[in-house]
Structures are given as structure tokens and as C-alpha cells.
Design a protein around this ligand. Structure first.
Ligand SMILES: [Zn+2]
Length: 336
């Protein structure tokens, strides 16, 4: 099976101007490292325009576009973004284009309704993950919303964003009731336990080791570390050696490495006692540099490097595992 374990859809704010500013702040380092923006000062508006990050905004990404950009994929995991305030603006997954059938004015408070509506368009392909923020209306409201998203809306997993929302995944008051409910519902949870290039994101809540408390307390919870914990990749790998129900997905990390580095990483993971079966391919589509086909091809090319240096190749079934079978087993789509 070919599965993208990490994608997004629709918009992140109702206000297109705000979405542009948000995206520009997060992408500044990428544009600078490519030499398309000055590295020593903030860019001017015309430099942003020249770089290709204009004000015309992002292209509409709905279910049709996601399917178009994932040719040959059997499953696409779509992750909701739960509501949070940022600079006085309420952000989160929102259908500002009006392409879903969710009634009423657009609002990030309906993030899970939007994802459920997208999944309904192609339920055999899309796997929808709900999202809740215990810092928004408190942990009790977050638990109720999670229950509604799974039992009423029919979503199949949960995505959490502690470092964007100013809470620790080790917090017994804010985090544990959510993990407890997810374990009770029997759904997999993915946590953004990795860095962010957004200035307001709290790196002190980003480290993969902060999931250790959840791993100790919720032994039946299937937990996926997003973005391989970048920049704490070894810390994320160690969490996978410690906790039998922990996994990690490769998005963001895979966009930053060469095929040679990816090959070396796969060897390194196994030498660090992490079976490749614990890792999933993911892209963070539709983010910048996150083309599902280019990234799939990068992963499939690791053995060209092995051949160049005379190293034993990664067996094809291990690559197939990374590209989807491992996720399918974790999710329960494949028996073994
Ligand atoms: Zn993401």
C-alpha cells in the first residue's frame, strides 16, 4: 500500500492576509537558505513578491487537489488543526472557500466537521484525524469534542499540537484526559513533537521526550511522533526503542535530507534498535517543498546510493513498509 501519513487541507485562517503573513514567517528560513530572500534583514514586500511568495495567496487545496497531487496513493491521512488564538486571530482548519457542505459561517471551531466532510467525498482513500486543543476551552471541552469527532463525525484518529498551543504533552491536567479518551476510543494519536519555524511556537514543549509520560501511563495508546521529532531525531528514535506502541513519520525531515542522508538514516535507525517497521512515509502536503511524488521517489532511490558505495541495499519489502504497509498495520488495515 502507498500511504501519505501526514497531510493537511483547506485554510488555516479565515483572513487571507493573515494566512499569507503566517506562511511567510514559517517559510522565511527556507527562502533565505535558497538565496531568494536576504539573510541579514527582514525582506521588503517587493522582495517577497519577487521570491514567488506573493500576496495572491495559496492555491485552493480541497479534496480534488489532494487526490490530484497524490496519484497512485491508496490512502491519504488528513490532519485537522484545532482552534487557537494567534495575535488575536482565531486560526485552525477552516473552509474559507466554501467547498465543503458544512453549514454556517467559516470558523476554525468546526475544524473536525470540515475534515469529516472532506473524508465523506472519498472515504475509501481519505483517513481523517480530528484535532482538539485543551488550552482553548479547557480539557473537559476538548475531551467532549474528541468524543463527538470520533463517534458522531466518524473520524479515525487524533492530531495534537502542544507546542503551537502552549501546553505540555506531559501535563497531567491538560494532556492526560485527552490521551485517556483516545486510548478508550481505540484511535491512533499523532503529536507534533518536533520544532517549528514559527517564532511564537514554544520549543520548550516540542521535544519528543515529553511524550515519555504518556508512554508510561497509556500503554495501549498508539502514538506517532510527527516529523521524526526534527531536530531531535535521535531522541525520537530512542522513544521508539523505549515504548512498544510508539511510531514516527518522516515528513519535514525527508524534505530536508538528500537521498544519501536518507539511506544513512535508515541504517542508523536500525543500528539504534529501531525496526524500520516503526516508521511511516509522510509529506506534510501541501506545504512548501512537500510534493508527495518527489518525496516518494527520494525514498525509493536510497538503494541507488547503496549501489554507488557498495553497501547492502534496504530490502524492497522494508521500503514498501515505509511507504505504507507499516502505517496500514499500525492502523489495522493489514494483519501483518
Ligand atoms: Zn503538518
Amino acid at each position: 500500500m502507498l500511504i501519505d501519513a501526514h497531510t493537511h487541507i483547506l485554510s488555516l485562517a479565515e483572513d487571507a492576509e493573515f494566512t499569507t503573513e503566517y506562511g511567510r514567517e514559517g517559510s522565511l528560513c527556507i527562502y533565505r537558505s535558497h538565496g531568494s530572500l536576504p539573510a541579514h534583514r527582514m525582506p521588503t514586500e517587493s522582495e517577497w513578491e519577487d521570491s514567488g511568495y506573493g500576496r495572491s495567496g495559496f492555491p485552493v487545496i480541497g479534496p480534488v487537489e489532494s487526490l490530484r497531487d497524490h496519484p497512485g496513493f491508496d490512502k491519504i491521512v488528513i490532519l485537522a488543526v484545532s482552534p487557537q488564538f494567534l495575535d488575536g486571530e482565531l486560526i485552525g482548519t477552516v473552509d474559507s472557500y466554501g467547498i465543503t457542505d458544512v453549514p454556517g459561517p467559516p470558523s476554525p471551531e468546526k475544524c473536525n466537521d470540515y475534515i469529516a466532510a472532506v473524508v465523506r467525498t472519498r472515504p475509501e482513500v481519505f483517513i481523517g484525524y480530528a484535532s482538539v486543543n485543551p488550552n482553548y476551552r479547557g480539557p473537559k471541552a476538548a475531551v467532549r469534542e474528541l468524543e463527538r469527532a470520533i463517534t458522531e463525525l466518524g473520524l479515525h484518529g487524533l492530531k495534537l499540537y502542544p507546542m503551537y498551543q502552549d501546553w505540555s504533552p506531559a501535563d497531567p491536567v491538560l494532556a492526560f484526559p485527552i490521551f485517556e479518551k483516545a486510548e478508550e476510543l481505540g484511535i491512533p494519536v499523532m503529536v507534533h513533537q518536533a520544532g517549528s519555524t514559527r517564532i511564537d511556537a514554544r520549543m520548550e514543549y516540542a521535544r519528543p521526550a515529553l511524550l515519555d509520560a504518556a508512554g508510561r501511563h497509556f500503554r495501549d495508546l498508539r502514538l506517532t511522533i510527527a516529523h521524526l521529532g526534527l531536530p531531535w531525531v535521535d531522541e525520537a528514535l530512542f522513544m521508539l526503542t523505549k515504548h512498544p506502541n510508539f511510531f514516527a513519520e518522516l515528513s519535514y525531515y525527508i524534505a530536508t535530507v538528500t537521498t544519501e542522508e536518507l539511506f544513512r538514516f535508515l541504517i542508523h535507525a536500525q543500528q539504534s534498535f529501531v525496526p524500520l517497521e516503526k516508521l511511516f512515509f509522510g509529506t506534510d502536503y501541501p506545504g512548501f517543498l512537500y510534493d508527495p511524488i518527489l518525496l516518494r521517489d527520494k525514498l525509493l532511490a536510497v538503494n541507488e546510493h547503496a549501489e554507488r558505495v557498495g553497501a547492502p541495499p534496504i530490502p524492497r519489502e522494508k521500503l514498501d513498509g515505509l511507504l505504507g504497509d507499516n502505517y496500514a498495520r499500525m492502523f489495522g488495515l493489514l494483519d501483518r
